[in-house]
Write a protein that binds this ligand. Structure first.
Ligand SMILES: [Zn+2]
Length: 541
């Protein structure tokens, strides 16, 4: 067991030609060496596991090799043989050394000539993590590098590298490795290691590793020690991943407007603790295929291109914005349902489903008129207009009232109040953590979110949230959530009005409330049907 090496170490590329998926970069580096055009500073950027550090080492080895063979290190000369222990190769992992004076000292020692090689080469991994003092030392060196010094820096986070450093480096961007390239490489290793694996399992590992070869190899490593044959099932049970079959079923349910199925599938995924990020990405991929299909032939897909497109954007927003405060599955569900319009024929469709599924032939024959019917159904407006109208009116009134006496002091005070809500265990209040407070008067708050599902969700629970704010924080507030676009427009209008001397007067919203005083508003009812309130839970610490 002592000899056991994890795959990603065992199969770490040893020369340029074995680096996977970075042909362009590798060629440039090789040419630089062969043409003797080596710079003093390189920056390798890109996602994790794409070969930056391995390439840095190979590059360093090749630069110092005394007998290049077709642009590759010979592996036999003195420099190649002593490479791993060479005092002239200085490896720094800034992620584990940050803020440590040693790093600064190492860099300061750059003036001392190499002891046994042509160049003294510094490989600095995760360079963005260097402490300020280390960055300063590095910068000084890069401004006037000794002729014998080369810096090869790598980072997954180029945004955090100071521009003063960036401007002095030759930069190479390592791209995500494609699914195909990862599959091919995994297959190659499975052959060498005599690992039995099914094709769909290979694909799934490649998919889960998101373009990072190191992650793919680690996964393969773990699975191969647990299973005689690696199958898709073994991956799904181990990693809570989501099979393409499930995603396909969900997409079909979306196209059919079958809310029961949509909610059922999402609930299952949630109960299995599936990774919601993988879920969203796979769903977007599958929806994207349908979007293309519907562009090519609108009748081939049961909902419109526009709807699919909007749904994809919304899901993508979810991906970027889901925080730990609200159950992600809830938002995903809303993001989907938001774009599915239902009417009375829906229930009928659900009832007919069993019949349709058992009588396959008749379903085929019915195909064309059925599609038309669904298209028709989608275009029709739904039952919830009344409530949506009510909320639209409320948006106008409350924004107006907030503008009428908005002040910076109120804004700051309430922003502080919202900050103290962070970590709030109450599920309704927790929703406020994900919105921004953009304007406030003594009694009114305007909040924004660019997730339309969040806007819908909070606006359907306004009075409940306001009650809790009163009970817990002793503030009587009227709140409203706008999408960021709505806010942008209203703000512009407000500024224009200010310029023109238009005064905002308070509007009484009680007349509006009366109109809507029927017990449970439709919108609220929809929200309640979709998730009982104890399902909105806080999953963070
Ligand atoms: Zn050599």
């Amino acid at each position: 067991m002592v000899d056991y090496k994890v795959f990603y170490r065992k199969y770490r590329p040893q020369n340029f030609s074995s680096v996977v998926g970075q042909e362009y970069t590798i060629n440039m580096l090789k040419n630089a060496i062969m043409n003797n055009k080596i710079s003093h500073a390189y920056l390798f950027t890109g996602p994790r596991g794409t070969g930056k550090t391995s390439t840095a080492k190979i590059f360093a080895k090749t630069i110092n090799c005394e007998n290049l063979v077709n642009g590759e290190a010979c592996g036999k000369c003195q420099s190649c043989l002593s490479f791993s222990n060479s005092p002239d190769i200085i490896e720094i992992d800034a992620a584990s050394n940050n803020g440590v004076d040693d790093v600064r000292e190492l860099i300061n020692n750059v003036k001392i000539a190499p002891t046994e090689s042509k160049y003294k080469i510094y490989i600095i991994d995760e360079v963005h993590m260097l402490s300020q003092s280390a960055f300063n030392a590095l910068l000084l060196t890069l401004e006037e590098p000794p002729s014998h010094a080369i810096f090869i820096m790598a980072t997954t986070n180029v945004e955090s590298v100071p521009i003063t450093i960036l401007s002095r480096c030759q930069r190479f961007n390592f791209k995500k490795i494609t699914l195909q390239e990862i599959c091919d490489h995994l297959k190659y290793i499975c052959n060498l290691e005599q690992i039995k694996i099914t094709d769909d399992a290979l694909q799934e590992i490649a998919y889960l590793s998101e373009g990072g070869l190191r992650d793919a190899l680690s996964l393969l490593d773990q699975l191969s020690s647990n299973y005689e044959e690696i199958t898709l099932d073994s991956i799904l049970t181990n990693y809570g991943s989501i099979s393409s079959l499930t995603i396909n079923k969900l997409v079909e349910a979306i196209l059919d407007g079958n809310i029961n199925d949509i909610v059922g599938i999402i609930t299952d995924l949630e109960n299995n603790a599936s990774d919601y990020k993988v879920f969203i990405k796979k769903l977007i991929q599958q929806l994207n295929k349908k979007a293309i299909l519907s562009k090519q032939n609108p009748l081939a897909v049961k909902i419109s291109y526009e709807q699919i497109k909007d749904m994809i954007f919304e899901l993508n927003n979810c991906l970027n914005q889901i925080t730990i405060h609200v159950n992600p599955y809830l938002l995903i569900q809303l993001a989907i349902l938001n774009y599915i319009k239902i009417d009375n024929t829906y229930q009928q469709n659900v009832d007919n489903n069993t019949v349709k599924n058992t009588v396959d032939n008749s379903k085929l024959m019915e195909k064309e008129p059925y599609q038309e019917k669904v298209l028709d159904k989608v275009v029709k407006t739904d039952d919830f207009d009344g409530d949506l109208e009510y909320i639209e009116e409320l948006k106008k009134i409350r924004t107006n009232n907030c503008f009428a006496s908005a002040s910076k002091t109120d804004l700051i005070n309430y922003q502080n109040l919202l900050k103290s809500i962070q970590g709030e265990k109450d599920s309704l209040l927790a929703m406020l953590v994900d919105v921004s407070l953009v304007a406030a008067s003594k009694d009114n708050l305007i909040l924004t979110s660019n997730l339309s599902s969040t806007v819908l969700l909070i606006n359907s629970k306004l009075s409940e949230i306001e009650n809790i704010l009163w009970e817990k924080y002793n503030v009587k507030l009227k709140i409203i959530v706008l999408s960021e676009d709505e806010w942008k427009n209203l703000k512009q209008e407000y500024i224009q009005n200010l310029k023109n001397g238009v005064k905002y007067k308070l509007i009484d919203e009680s007349s509006l409330e009366k109109k809507n005083s029927k017990e449970n508003s439709q919108l609220e009812k929809l929200a309640n049907e979709l998730f009982d309130s104890n399902k909105i839970e806080i999953i963070g610490e």
